[in-house]
Design a protein around this ligand. Structure first.
Ligand code: GAP
Length: 513
């Protein structure tokens, strides 16, 4: 098992042990790629959603939020292109009977080459020490340049074949690269076939009158079909945005990597309606704005990168992913797409209703272009959670497991701990908790020695522990301990609210943008 696999296993088991994420219907052996958020997970997820909503909706006076239904008129999905084109290329292994996404097999092959590049870079960094210039090394070292060229050639061939629906060439590429079934090593592959990812269902009481519906595979279409309603009722002027968060459903062929690729998941999307011709500058604007949002959480600049698309979706004229370094390598976290006027035009055509914007200044009507930012809430959860989980060596040669969640996102902001369960200390602790719970999600813990309680809260990601001891009875002060530094200070009870507020307040964090 590699270090990466090992770290990822720890993430999954920690998420279960500390009440963050459970397998859905676990008592019936679970349902593949469907997960439940537990008591801490639901809070963390809500905090991420709120952090996004605050930055995207509340902080922009030209962006409003909506909450559209999961069920939509089935023609929506014909218009959007999902009925015809929302497919993944799949391939089966004849020996293992396992099914894979052909493009993912090829991408994983390229990720292995990237792993080789990383190794070369690490070796060179050690060899050259302080004088090491990474940029120069990766652009001049023949072996590394060769690896990059190889990746580029493979990915552009794959993009071209998928674009032209040349699935035989996708299979040929898999064979030429000698890609084997990751589980068994077999290279006995079937042809590559397209597979539609939408879940179908029925609306109506009787079989004869029932209407075929789909569970929405993206939230974006709920925004497009409401474009004119929102624009008119909100008197919105271009440029303006409509945002929403909500569930989306995809019958993913390869559902693995925990909550990275799920069949039921949540998206946080924003469509920004703009004047045609301005899409390039808005694309750059939202690339930068979204990256700043990510970086404001302090999870390390080195863990993010942009990946511009070679193969564009049917609706886009430019697209990039913000990739994050998950325990299994760099993978897509968020997509930023310049969607042109594709969706609005399609809905105009299929509905027969005009979906145009009337510009009062120029007295002309036009179909706006759209810039989209789309991030998976569950994927963001995994990014935050996996990045936060660390094993720390302490000075006394012991280790501690600590979940260094950005404190603005932490499910529980403070734990109130009476040093002992007697002498009136629990009563004071409960009183502090009753005061603080108006402002923060806080918890009370009196079980075990205080050191063990600290460790428990560290592993749970709680930024502050507040300990009530016998001195509290005398001078109304408590010890406040910081999760990351383990530093302890003595403060007045009356100052607690402000101390916690300063550290966990959304404003403090978003101001870093
Ligand atoms: N409206 C555009 C759209 O849906 P996408 O790239 O297919 O674009 C956007 O999805 C984001 O949704 C992705 O960047 C990812 O974070 C998340 N996402 C997509 N499929 C997912 C899945 N099966 N499980 C979890 N998150 C997913």
């Amino acid at each position: 098992m590699t270090n990466q696999d090992d770290q990822f296993k720890k993430v999954v088991s920690h998420a279960k042990e500390y009440g963050y994420v459970f397998q859905s219907s676990e008592i019936y052996d679970g349902l593949s790629a469907v997960y439940d958020y537990a008591q801490n997970g639901a809070e963390l997820k809500k905090n991420i959603r709120d952090y996004w909503w605050k930055a995207m909706v509340q902080m922009h006076d030209n962006i409003v939020g909506i909450d559209a239904s999961i069920f939509m008129h089935p023609t929506t999905w014909k218009a959007s292109g999902h009925v015809d084109a929302f497919n993944d290329p799949l391939i089966d292994n004849k020996d293992s009977k396992k099914r894979y996404r052909a493009d993912v097999l090829i991408e994983d092959y390229c990720a292995k080459i990237e792993g080789k590049i990383d190794k070369e870079v690490d070796k060179a960094a050690k060899r050259f020490g302080e004088a090491f210039n990474k940029e120069e090394f990766i652009t001049t070292n023949p072996r590394v340049v060769g690896y990059y060229d190889k990746i580029k050639t493979i990915l552009s061939r794959m993009a071209k074949s998928l674009e032209s629906e040349d699935l035989a060439d996708v299979k040929a590429l898999i064979e030429e690269l000698e890609i084997a079934d990751p589980l068994t090593g077999s290279r006995n592959w079937t042809e590559v076939k397209q597979f539609n990812l939408m879940f179908g269902t029925k609306l109506g009481a009787s079989a004869e009158s029932a209407m075929d519906l789909y569970l929405r595979p993206e939230t974006a279409q709920g925004i497009f079909v409401n474009f004119l309603n929102v624009q008119k009722s909100g008197r919105m002027k271009i440029p303006f945005g409509i945002a929403q968060t909500g569930k989306a459903f995809r019958n993913e062929i390869v559902a693995r990597q925990f909550i990275f690729r799920m069949r039921e998941f949540e998206q946080m999307e924003m469509q920004f309606f703009i004047k045609p011709g301005t899409q390039k500058e808005w694309f750059e604007h939202w690339k930068e704005a979204r990256m700043k949002w990510h970086l404001s959480l302090g999870m390390g600049t080195e863990n993010y990168r942009f990946h511009d698309h070679e193969k564009l979706a049917h609706y886009a004229d430019a697209a990039t992913d913000i990739e994050f370094k998950f325990p299994f390598g760099f993978k897509e976290l968020e997509g930023i797409h310049s969607r042109t006027d594709f969706d609005l035009k399609q809905h105009e055509e299929f509905s027969g209703k005009k979906l145009q914007y009337f510009d009062h200044e120029t007295n002309e009507s036009y179909t706006p272009y759209v810039l989209e930012t789309s991030i998976g809430l569950d994927r963001m959860f995994l990014a935050v959670f996996s990045n936060a989980l660390v094993e720390e060596e302490l000075e006394n040669n012991t280790t501690r497991t600590v979940l260094k969640l950005p404190s603005v996102l932490a499910p529980v902001k403070a734990a109130i701990l009476p040093l002992v369960k007697k002498d009136g200390l629990p009563e004071i602790a409960r009183q502090i908790m009753d005061d603080l719970k108006w402002d923060f999600n806080v918890t009370y813990d009196e079980k075990d020695a205080v050191g063990r309680r600290y460790r428990r809260q560290d592993a749970n990601g709680t930024p502050f522990c507040i300990t009530v001891d016998h001195d509290t009875l005398e001078d109304q002060t408590v010890t406040i301990r910081h999760r990351d530094t383990m530093e302890q200070t003595r403060v007045k009870i009356e100052d607690l609210r402000e101390i916690i507020h300063q550290e966990v307040d959304v404003k403090t964090w978003l101001k870093k943008m």
